[in-house]
Design a protein around this ligand. Structure first.
Ligand code: NAP
Length: 279
């Protein structure tokens, strides 16, 4: 669709940014809803990030997404940050207000839980969950699961101190578990979430024995390249419900799109197939 001189414009800033699927994803919605708007990738190096962010209003942009390595800096530079972004310690979505100030949030926790509710509506939120990894994605998953009411969250991370620090920060419902104990930690769990890079194209596979999981357990991998990781393949072979990471990416984009372009977008099979192309 062609755009007019009145087009609403948003962007994604990252360094690098060329790998980002967000322009494809927002472009699909803009086209599908016939919106006079554009969503563009902006490669912004860390040393120029603050200037770039502060220029959004002057350029007339509605806002932007930010990706690595700018998520923490975005939170620090915001005029206004919501509680979710503060709890996660990073922001991924910036909204330029009518007054030109920068309001930020983090939509990863929302994307994580919306995808889980859509793909595995029967998941047992009253049972313990096991989360592997203690990086940025793990923080969003922990915030989402605590908010969903999960009573016990077992956190296993390769670097034990990092896992322990996260458990200490998020309170008694989060318990650090040794990385070597990750298989036995699955005993009685209703949900396993991989937030590490393991299983991603070019990375080693995630080694974990899934047998301790009950038949109604859900296995969720945040990795989406490849779409079906070895972990999800093995879980599927055991007839467990599996959830891949692409849906999280799609759902996390919804609040930004709605704020910038004034339309609540939907995550459909057609969108999923379009963004998955080439993964
Ligand atoms: P990060 O902050 O760098 O954290 C990486 C985590 O992976 C750490 O816990 C790290 O453990 C662990 N790890 C890395 N290599 C490992 C290995 N060889 N063995 C064991 N653990 C290892 O990264 P992130 O931003 O959290 O992203 C993590 C993954 O989530 C990436 O694959 C990313 O693509 C994915 N992700 C997906 C979505 C989505 O929408 N689907 C959103 C965000 C992230 P240590 O602490 O020991 O280093």
């Amino acid at each position: 669709m062609t755009i007019s001189g009145h087009a609403a414009v948003a962007a994604v800033m990252g360094w690098p940014v060329s790998h980002s699927r967000s322009p494809r994803l927002h472009g699909f919605w803009l086209e599908a809803y016939g919106i006079d708007g554009a969503y563009v990738p902006l490669p912004v190096a860390p040393e120029g990030f603050e200037r770039a962010l502060r220029s959004l209003a002057a350029l007339g942009l509605k806002g932007c997404n930010v990706t690595l390595p700018h998520k923490e800096a975005t939170l620090a530079l915001a005029d206004e940050a919501d509680g979710v972004a503060r709890r996660i310690g990073a922001a991924n979505t910036v909204i330029v207000t009518d007054e030109g100030s920068l309001r930020v949030t983090n939509t990863d926790a929302f994307g994580f839980i919306e995808n889980l509710d859509q793909r595995a509506p029967h998941w047992k939120r009253e049972q313990p969950a096991v989360v592997l990894g203690a990086g940025g994605a793990s923080r969003a998953v922990i915030v989402a699961l605590l908010e969903a009411g999960v009573p016990e969250l077992r956190l296993a991370n390769r670097t034990a101190e990092r896992g322990q620090a996260l458990a200490d920060e998020f309170g008694t419902r989060v318990q650090a578990t040794a990385w070597e104990e990750r298989s036995s930690a699955l005993d009685g769990a209703g949900l396993l979430v991989n937030t590490t890079q393991l299983g991603m194209t070019g990375q080693p596979e995630l080694e974990i024995a899934l047998d301790p999981l009950g038949q109604d357990a859900v296995v969720y991998d945040l990795v989406y390249a490849p779409l079906e990781t070895d972990l999800l393949h093995r879980a599927g072979a055991l007839h467990l419900t599996t959830v891949d990471g692409l849906g999280m990416l799609l759902h996390q984009a919804r609040p930004g799109f709605a704020a910038w372009f004034g339309h609540e977008p939907e995550v459909t099979g057609a969108l999923y197939a379009y963004v998955a192309e080439g993964l």
